[in-house]
Design a protein around this ligand. Structure first.
Ligand SMILES: Cc1cc2nc3c(=O)[nH]c(=O)nc-3n(C[C@H](O)[C@H](O)[C@H](O)COP(=O)(O)OP(=O)(O)OC[C@H]3O[C@@H](n4cnc5c(N)ncnc54)[C@H](O)[C@@H]3O)c2cc1C
Length: 505
């Protein structure tokens, strides 16, 4: 066929297809041109509402990003989060490309009775907060950008970005801000909840390095918040999770740091578990801020032996490291010791999961003020190893700069901790989850008396509204005041929720 004839016939076919409502034709049209249909959805307080074809068309026309409904290409992937246990189907998904789209989506949710609203950044929520059934998901995965000013030592990070991009761009200038340990975790969720990581003892939690944020609040307004501007919102966003709106931009303080750090794993047999825990409990609180020690007991599935893993990261003077790691090495002959000079960005990617959705996952965690003999014994004696699953208990260490921030300076109230202790089980998705979840529940149940609250980013379905409220401790009343001001109808409720004072049961 000649080119002109082909173009004419293609244009004619497209014109015919765009008029046709038949689903067989619809499937070959790009989603931006497909005929829409009325969709049933649910509001945050459980009411069913109909989103008319006209309303959805108007929404789609207003967006530069994408509107995805259940039969659209890309819907299946967009609705997924990391944990495959949460197989939920939002009525509609908006994928914004910028702030204007986020405002449009928030206004649409409000104008339709306060749609049940899930916000997804990296999708790492253990408890499935970033997805929902029959509500609206705002999937920030097309809204990713990191800009660094090396002179001002500042990074501006859009609200959908992943940690790895921030490390990558900052380290290009031998600058860093402290973030978490798995590079595909979202900045949006990790930072608003607190943000533990390998540099937290040196530079504090991720929130302690925020200079300002921009937030789309429940009224669709874009607000800047910093120590001087909307300080109540700035205070609440630093530890109150996604309760107050969608953070569209994070402004981080950067610190000079050599690209090469001293890092790696020292691995011992499980028989060393008790000694290693006791050492960790004694040395963790007094080690220098430049040293971070992650700790895990790990029993892989199958018949492989269990292990004690100490994850070392040292960002101080390289000559000091052998002396500082000596107490760990004195535990005995390790199975392996990979501590060496290493590129920080490589270290930060070393724990990434390549196929995370192949594994069901369940986690329960809590903060511990100390780790002594009684807790060490309970951890080792009750460890629920089983050949059909991964069983682990691990610790994100606190102290250092984290504990030097007053507990009412930000919404993150648990500054006085030794570590965040997390029990976790993982199993192939085809397995029945219930036995694995029950084993984790029972194990954590035997350790819970040693804990004092939990990390909002480790929220899980067993947490009651009362437990969540208690967990904010002395900061709860102030958080309710901030919630009342910026989200009085609780549009942003899929999180460690702070209920506005006007909300009726
Ligand atoms: C493999 C893995 C490793 C982890 N490692 C660490 C670690 O090293 N340190 C640590 O502190 N935590 C860690 N966590 C816990 C992690 O902090 C939480 O799971 C966090 O919620 C993940 O953020 P996300 O954006 O990926 O999650 P999502 O599931 O996308 O979102 C989780 C919550 O954050 C809210 N949210 C997301 N984006 C925004 C935004 N832009 N504005 C406002 N609210 C938003 C959502 O509403 C939702 O409630 C890890 C989790 C996993 C699964």
């Amino acid at each position: 066929m000649k080119r002109r004839a082909f173009l004419q016939s293609a244009a004619a076919s497209a014109a015919v297809l765009s008029l046709s409502p038949h689903p067989a034709f619809a499937s070959v049209l790009p989603s931006s041109r497909r005929r829409l249909f009325d969709v049933e959805a649910v509001t945050g307080n459980g009411r069913t509402v109909t989103l008319s074809e006209g309303a959805l068309s108007a929404l789609r026309d207003q967006l530069r990003g994408r509107l995805l409904l259940a039969n659209d290409d890309g819907y299946g992937e967009a609705r997924n989060i990391l944990n495959p246990s949460f197989d939920r189907r939002p009525a509609l998904i908006v994928q914004p490309t910028g702030v204007a789209d986020i405002q449009t989506a928030v206004n649409f949710a409000q104008d339709h009775g306060g749609l049940l609203l899930a916000v997804k950044c990296g999708g790492h929520s253990f408890s499935g907060q970033s997805t929902c059934d029959r509500g609206m998901m705002i999937d920030l995965s097309l809204f990713r950008d990191v800009r660094v000013d090396p002179v001002a030592r500042t990074a501006w990070v859009t609200g959908g970005s992943l940690l790895g991009a921030v490390d990558h761009e900052s380290m290009a200038h031998e600058l860093v801000t402290p973030l978490g340990t798995v590079s595909h975790t979202g900045v949006g969720g990790l930072v608003t909840g607190g943000g533990f990581g390998r540099l937290a003892r040196k530079y504090g939690l991720a929130i302690d390095n925020l200079k300002s944020v921009q937030v789309v609040t429940a009224d669709g307004q874009l607000r800047r918040a910093s120590a001087d501007e909307n300080p109540d919102l700035f205070w609440g966003v630093r530890g109150g999770g996604g309760n107050f709106g969608i953070v569209t931009s994070f402004e981080f303080q950067l610190h000079p740091m050599r690209r090469q750090v001293i890092a790696g794993e020292i691995v011992f047999p499980m028989s060393k578990a008790r000694d290693a825990l006791l050492l960790y409990g004694e040395y963790g609180p007094v080690m220098p801020d430049e040293l971070s020690l992650g700790f895990a007991l790990v029993q892989p599935p199958g018949d492989a032996p269990g292990m004690v893993v100490l994850d070392v990261c040292f960002c101080g003077e390289p000559n000091d490291v052998d002396q500082l790691v000596a107490p760990v090495r004195a535990l005995g002959t390790p199975i392996s010791d990979t501590v060496r000079s290493m590129d920080y960005t490589v270290l930060q990617r070393s724990g990434d999961w390549t196929d995370p959705r192949a594994q069901g996952l369940y986690l329960k965690g809590g903060f511990i003020p100390s780790l002594g003999g009684d807790l060490a014994a309970a951890i080792v004696d009750g460890f629920p190893a089983h050949p059909s699953r991964l069983t682990s208990i691990f610790f994100q260490v606190g102290g250092g700069a984290i504990s030097r921030v007053p507990s009412d300076a930000t919404a993150f109230s648990q500054r006085d901790i030794f570590a965040n202790m997390i029990t976790v089980s993982g199993w192939p998705v085809a397995h029945d989850a219930s036995t694995h979840m029950q084993a984790t529940r029972e194990y954590f149940g035997s350790l819970e008396r040693f804990t004092h609250g939990f990390y909002v980013n480790d929220l899980e379905p067993d947490h009651t509204a009362e437990a969540i409220q208690r967990n904010y401790r002395q900061n709860h009343a102030r958080l309710v005041a901030v919630k009342d001001r910026y989200d009085p109808t609780n549009l942003f409720r899929l999180n460690a929720n702070i209920r506005p004072s006007g909300e009726v049961e």
